[in-house]
Write a protein that binds this ligand. Structure first.
Ligand code: SF4
Length: 395
């Protein structure tokens, strides 16, 4: 018998010898098993243990990590998979900040530069309301010609037309810009935005909350400390937010676990996060990839691992973990929803930011398509609002 055939026979014997799922999972590395057992005993996983999980060997450990995250998801929120009927309105793409991962921004002279007038913004909100949307998500570039009060005008113009529409608007970076334009503090600006109709804010512009990484992604953007300050100030004023992490560029396991650890500490202090959304970097049309040699986005395994480990680390603190169908595609999302996630995100209607970077998965998801994708997983679809209150179980 040749050596190769002998190897095959030995492998075959190994496969035949494995007689139970327990035996299959017994191949999990000892250090990883120990951490997962601790998580299943509902003890908090440290940042260092989070790093160990992120560094696990997928060939040996991925299944056990996924199963643990899926079990913790079940304990935290059950088997329902939610989504929200929402419309994105990116009111302008004019921005000179120069974030190297961004393919959305344009200069005023560019052919594709745009600025959506107030009347059009409120009309889009009304159209969305008329077909069942409960939320508009409003973000834009930092246009040098708008003044800080323009953000309030957008809010009022929408609430005048659709008073019960939930307005989820302005990243922490836009909030810093608006406050600076008006010469007021972050707290004063947030209070006045709330008075004008702001309900919640997106926890975008977080990228990776690490000074060294942020310096490379974009020099003069918001610092990690400023992001934390703005989010905590919002929470303390009763303005809740989402939380996000953009991964898969020049970052790695230490950054991910530290970032999730920072979010967990904020949540312990304020309880203001509604969800965590891991966002894989879309690289195609970005300077970061094309000129500066970053990685070509996250791998499929990383998409699963980031969701699974965030569920394990955030257990008991942030209940809702969202998948991004825009960045990962609906079929990959089905797998990630079996690795600790419980929310499919939003219908979006006019997604532009990921599409500009080259994401191929479209700008709108029909609610019926969400229902089908969720039922295919043997789970129950539910329409939620921004604050995760269930509005409807589709028939
Ligand atoms: S990510 Fe936002 S702030 Fe940065 S360049 Fe793009 S639009 Fe401007």
């Amino acid at each position: 018998m040749t050596k190769a055939i002998e190897n095959l026979v030995n492998q075959e014997e190994k496969i035949i010898n494995v007689k139970s799922v327990e035996q299959l999972l017994s191949s999990t590395s000892l250090n990883i098993s120990r951490i997962l057992d601790k998580a299943l005993e509902e003890k908090e996983i440290t940042v260092e243990e989070g790093i160990e999980l992120f560094k696990a060997n997928p060939a040996k450990d991925l299944n056990a990590i996924m199963l643990t995250a899926n079990e913790l998801r079940r304990r935290a929120v059950g088997d329902t998979i939610t989504y929200v009927k929402t419309r994105n309105i990116n009111f302008s793409n004019v921005c000179y900040t120069g974030c190297k991962f961004c393919a959305f921004a344009a200069s005023e002279k560019d052919e594709d530069a745009y600025f959506v007038p107030l009347g059009e913004i409120s009309q889009r909100a009304k159209d969305a309301w008329d077909i069942g949307a409960t939320e508009v998500c409003i973000q834009g570039g930092l246009h040098p010609k708008i003044d800080g009060t323009y953000y309030h005008e957008i809010l009022r113009s929408i609430k005048n037309v659709v008073p019960h529409m939930h307005i989820h608007a302005y990243s922490p970076f836009e909030i810093k810009f608006g406050a600076w334009k008006q010469g007021v503090t972050i707290e004063e600006h947030l209070k006045s935005l709330k008075d004008a109709g702001l309900d919640t804010i997106p926890g975008t512009a977080a990228e990776i909350l690490d000074t060294e990484i942020r310096q490379q992604l974009t020099k003069d953007k918001l610092s990690a400390e400023e992001w934390v300050h703005i989010v905590k100030t919002a929470h303390k004023l009763g303005i809740r937010s989402t939380s996000t992490m953009m991964y898969g560029h020049i970052d790695g396991p230490e950054h991910w676990a530290n970032h999730i650890g920072i979010l967990r500490e904020i949540q312990k202090e304020t309880g203001g996060f509604t969800e965590f959304v891991p966002l894989g970097f879309v690289h195609y049309n970005t300077k970061l990839f094309n000129e500066l040699g970053s990685r070509a986005g996250s791998t499929g395994i990383e998409d699963i691992m980031v969701t699974a480990v965030s569920r394990i680390m955030l257990y008991k603190w942030i209940d809702n973990i969202q998948v991004s169908w825009v960045k990962n595609g609906p079929k990959s999302c089905q797998i990630i929803l079996n690795a600790g996630a419980n929310d499919f995100g939003g219908t979006l209607m006019d997604e532009t930011i990921s599409r500009s970077a080259g994401a191929p998965f479209g700008e709108n998801m029909d609610p019926k398509e969400f229902d089908r994708l969720i039922r295919d997983l043997g789970r129950t679809p539910a329409v939620r609002n921004t604050l995760y209150e269930i509005l409807e179980y589709p028939k």
